[in-house]
Design a protein around this ligand. Sequence first.
Ligand code: PRP
Ligand code: URA
Length: 204
Amino acid sequence: MLHVLQHPLAAHVITHLRDKTTKPATFRTLCYQITLLLAIEATRSLTTEDKLIETPLEPVTGRVLSGNLAVVPILRAGLGMVQPFLDIFPDTTVGYIGLERDHETAVARSYYCKLPPLKDGHVMLVDPMLATGGSAVQAIDVVRASGARAITLVSIVSAPEGVALVENHHPAVPIFTAALDRELNARKYILPGLGDFGDRLYGT
Ligand code: PRP
Ligand code: URA
């Protein structure tokens, strides 16, 4: 199921991310801000459990997060989305999946994978661009094979083609995105999009 962030701040940040005059330092700050908003939305279904504590006045049973949460960025651009998750979920473990699209074919090639124990945990798979969906589908396959109980895909900009591919291959994986764009161009870049996210994040 696709969830598109509806918030005036999200629209504001996306516009500045798209702007080709935005430089890497500002781009990184905007990436942090939009991911924080997405992280809050995408974790609404996390499980909680009772915890008995004492306030200065009396005992009370509150709720605290339960279960294991892992954030898994797809390298390299996904790295820009890790810190906002760690800032609000400090006990989160981090895994890395390295995938890079071939410039001619746009097919993603795997070059690295290092995952924490994921069995029965909840994985937030983060990658700012969901274009053809090839990278996301490959990454979900890997995470699922490691035994994750629940997987959520978090992207910043998505194309309808990528959303459809993920929904076809992994219908149980919810997708949270800040913008659903129009289409892909002939080189499989998102339109209107924002260009190559990794290049804009790191100035390459
Ligand atoms: C970008 C992006 C996604 C992928 C999306 O990464 O960060 O991982 O493309 O495209 P897809 O949906 O068609 O698979 P890229 O391969 O450019 O690598 P990078 O992050 O190292 O720049
Ligand atoms: N990857 C990007 O960084 N941008 C696109 O538009 C498509 C894939």
